[in-house]
Ligand binder design. Structure first.
Ligand code: NAG
Ligand code: NAG
Ligand code: NAG
Length: 451
């Protein structure tokens, strides 16, 4: 595919300048600590913090990350890292290393969130600080600004240690994680072609700075959305016998939907059905013609997602019919996509435990429960070995950090060097260890010769 050809050509053509013939990590166990102290140098920290703050002031929503993308490309130019752009509108893939296999990717999402009351009224970031969002109704309220800054930090670390790389690291700057499925569009553009593994992270206020949390297997749920219109016959509230009341029908639909998880799902297979929208009527004394309800459902397996989808449809239609109403159910509402569950590869979990443990100390690498939230990193994890983890940022001395997806969300920038160093060393050590597995990668070398 075009994309891979580009990576090989760019890197082979530039590699004569700086890529060593042979490179070996002296002691892989020390690499993470070296990268972390490199990342903690004032110069690098200030650079990452500066980038994060510029992004924070100018948040851009999914597929509109034009200035964000430009800023990233300017910084990659300064570091001397070649990249391909645009991919999926605003996406960028940079490359560092030999231009040859193995290929490993590290990923950051770039988009900000709409901050709206009832999805309509724009509100302003509530955190009072010098670099607060300058755009009413938009904010980096999920920390993707830090993800971008940390991936650029990792890029800088790897570029300055490129002799360590026994293969190629791809830097995946992805648009539209928040519901837009940017990962899927990046994949359709060929980004995963011949990539052996991909790592992603999310900043979290649920564990202290200097710690990471993750687990093997499912870590984030799959999610789907639905909207239903329940139609009756409107009329005067005082003469119900001449109407078919969709408000009551919709109320019973919602109650019945709550029985799907409590009565039909395996209690050990976590699932959620939530109706979050109920719209109908506008007066005290008029029964409306119809009601619209909408919500989301979550589960960790394809089978459970499919079963929920099927039963949501049946329950809405069946329960509406009990009260003589008709119902239509739509599972492709607005731009909301169906996300699969995010599953962490077991071998990459071992790799993560080892690399993060060597860098942070084993006590600071902790297990966590899966989350019912979803993440479009799932699209990568469906196709290749993938690993997603949470980077702690809480610190008692600075107090509570607001919750993600709210206008009071804030981050602890002290976490930036940890994320940058960890992404860099997960990738570098993956390459050195994968390369010793010659049998696995031999066929891929041939593919590259053909290009
Ligand atoms: C439901 O649909 C049927 C068939 O189209 C129609 O005859 C009936 O009037 C509808 N009922 C309501 C309450 O809209
Ligand atoms: C579902 O809703 C979307 C708008 O959100 C609309 O474009 C589409 O036609 C609807 N599909 C059905 C089957 O009603
Ligand atoms: C190396 O190959 C073995 C056997 O196929 C496999 O179990 C192991 O995970 C591989 N290691 C890496 C780093 O690819």
């Amino acid at each position: 595919m075009d994309f891979l050809k580009w990576v090989v050509l760019i890197l082979v053509s530039t590699s004569f300048c700086w890529v060593p013939i042979s490179s070996n990590l002296q002691n892989p166990k020390d690499l993470g600590k070296d990268y972390l102290s490199y990342a903690k140098r004032t110069e690098l920290v200030e650079w990452m913090v500066g980038i994060r703050r510029r992004l924070h002031e100018n948040p851009e929503l999914g597929y509109e990350e034009f200035e964000t993308s430009k800023l990233i490309r300017e910084e990659l130019d300064k570091i001397g890292i070649p990249y391909k752009h645009p991919i999926a509108v605003t996406g960028i893939v940079g490359s560092i290393g030999t231009g040859r296999p193995p290929f490993v990717a590290i990923r950051a999402d770039m988009d900000a969130l709409p901050i709206l009351i009832n999805q309509i009224v724009a509100v302003q970031e509530e955190v009072e600080w010098e670099h607060k969002s300058k755009v009413p109704g938009k904010m980096h309220a999920c920390g993707h600004d830090t993800h971008v800054a940390m991936l650029l930090g990792a890029a800088k670390i790897l570029q300055d240690h490129r002799d360590d790389l026994e293969g190629t690291v791809l830097l995946v700057f992805q648009p539209a994680e928040e519901g837009g499925g940017g990962a899927k569009v990046m994949i359709e553009a060929g980004v995963l072609e011949n990539i052996d593994a991909i790592f992603g992270l999310h900043i979290t206020n649920t564990s202290p700075v200097g710690t990471v949390t993750s687990r093997p297997g499912p870590i984030m749920a799959g999610s789907g959305f639905f909207e239903a219109v329940i139609t009756g016959k409107g009329g005067h509230a005082a003469i119900p016998q001449h109407t078919i009341d969709p408000i009551l029908a919709a109320s019973n639909v919602i109650v019945s939907l709550q029985h799907l998880v409590s009565r039909e799902a395996d209690p050990l297979d976590s699932q959620v059905v939530t109706v979050a929208k109920f719209q109908g009527g506008g007066a005290f004394n008029v029964i409306p013609d119809s009601v619209t309800i909408a919500g989301t459902f979550r589960a960790f397996s394809k089978e459970s997602m499919e079963k929920l989808k099927q039963r949501i449809k049946e329950v809405i239609a069946g329960q509406a019919a009990v009260q003589r109403c008709n119902a239509t159910v739509n599972f492709s509402v607005e731009n909301k996509m169906f996300f699969p569950a995010t599953k962490n590869n077991e071998e990459l979990h071992e790799h993560f435990i080892k690399v993060a443990g060597d860098m942070l100390g084993v006590r600071n690498v902790r297990d966590r429960q899966p989350l019912m939230g979803s993440e479009d990193f799932a699209f990568y994890s469906e196709l290749i070995p993938a690993y997603y983890y949470f980077l702690g940022m809480s610190d008692e001395s600075i107090g509570e950090l607001g919750h993600p997806h709210t206008s009071s969300f804030s981050v602890n920038e002290d976490a930036l060097p940890y994320g940058a160093a960890l992404q860099a060393s997960l990738a570098a050590r993956y390459l050195s260890e994968a390369l010793s597995n010659k049998s696995i990668h031999a066929p891929k070398v041939n593919t590259h010769d053909e290009l």
